[in-house]
Design a protein around this ligand. Structure first.
Ligand SMILES: [Zn+2]
Length: 310
């Protein structure tokens, strides 16, 4: 899924609407400030930059391995295809395993190329450290010079210019939804007949969070249920400050989307796929979000499934 916003942009230095309440009060108020624009949905095909043929089936498995083929996309190509060359892109994805040599979580943070502007890749990636089984986070450009992603990606692209954004400040979680799920379900509840999409970044300033990191190797047997996926993933509790990149759609506009996806990184070596904070009493968030005008589903699979979408 690719969210695109041309109208305005995302920047730390721009003007913003300020919302400062506890989590319980925040979400109904968010809708008061939020004037929804129409989200235009597109299903688009794109030639991947690389596709791996399906690996041979193991005799012990009755079905092919999970993700039996591996496809990679180049963020430069995608931004040109979506008519936003030079886009600033953030979100959640997987690394191109052919290039990185393993499976890992990708925290894309890329300024794509355009005439007179080279690619700037500030992404991070997290894998399982084979030495101790713990999180190993690295800066992508310290090891690789491309800007591909693989497996799946939920990305937000904008022009990167200063403009109005929505600022969200929240602390003390009183419900059982993550910040992102609460934002999404509130938008869905306030505008039940619309699909609204937000992309942006938030910082967990205090507290801890539950994340997962995919193992370095793909599962050799299919993962047919959420239980199978959760047993395969490695889960960790990581500490603030965490910088999270989020992409969400309040309601699927008929594109078979994963409706929310958030990856986080830090400057103390921890990062991965964000679920929720684990310290509801002490957690504090500040975030900046922007509504999208377009949502693209690129190369929608013919067969759908509901596994591993949280
Ligand atoms: Zn993820």
């Amino acid at each position: 899924m690719f969210l695109k916003c041309r109208r305005t942009s995302f920047s730390w230095e721009c003007n913003y609407l300020v919302v400062t309440y506890s989590l319980a009060e925040l979400y109904p108020l968010l809708c008061c400030f939020f004037s929804p624009s129409t989200l235009t949905a597109h299903s688009q095909t794109l030639t991947p930059s690389w596709t791996q043929p399906a690996p041979p089936r193991r005799s012990s498995c009755t079905r092919p391995p999970w993700r039996s083929s591996n496809t990679e996309y180049n963020m430069n190509s995608v931004s040109k295809e979506l008519e936003l060359p030079g886009a600033f892109i953030l979100g959640a994805a997987a690394v191109p395993s052919r290039i990185v040599g393993m499976n890992a979580e990708l925290m894309p943070l890329v300024l794509t190329e355009k005439e007179g502007q080279p690619t700037v890749n500030s992404s991070y990636f997290s894998s399982i450290n084979p030495a101790d089984g713990q999180c190993l986070q690295k800066k992508y450009s310290d090891h690789f010079s491309d800007c591909h992603f693989g497996l799946l990606g939920n990305l937000f692209a904008c022009e990167g210019k200063p403009g109005k954004v929505i600022e969200v400040r929240a602390k003390k979680r009183t419900g059982n939804q993550s910040l992102v799920t609460a934002l999404r379900t509130t938008l869905e509840g306030c505008y039940p007949d619309k699909s609204l999409a937000l992309g942006g970044t938030f910082v967990i300033q205090k507290g801890k969070a539950k994340i997962h990191i995919m193992p370095r190797e793909f599962s050799v047997c299919p993962l047919n249920t959420n239980d199978d996926v959760n047993k395969w993933l490695q889960h960790f509790e990581v500490s603030a400050p965490l910088i999270c990149q989020s992409v969400l759609v309040s309601r699927d506009p008929g594109l078979d989307l994963r409706v929310e996806h958030t990856h986080c990184f830090s400057h103390h070596g921890e990062g991965g796929h964000y679920y929720i904070d684990t310290t509801p009493d002490s957690v504090e968030y500040v975030g900046y979000f922007l509504p999208a005008e377009f949502v693209y589903r690129i190369d929608r699979p013919k067969e759908t499934h509901g596994v591993g979408r949280d």
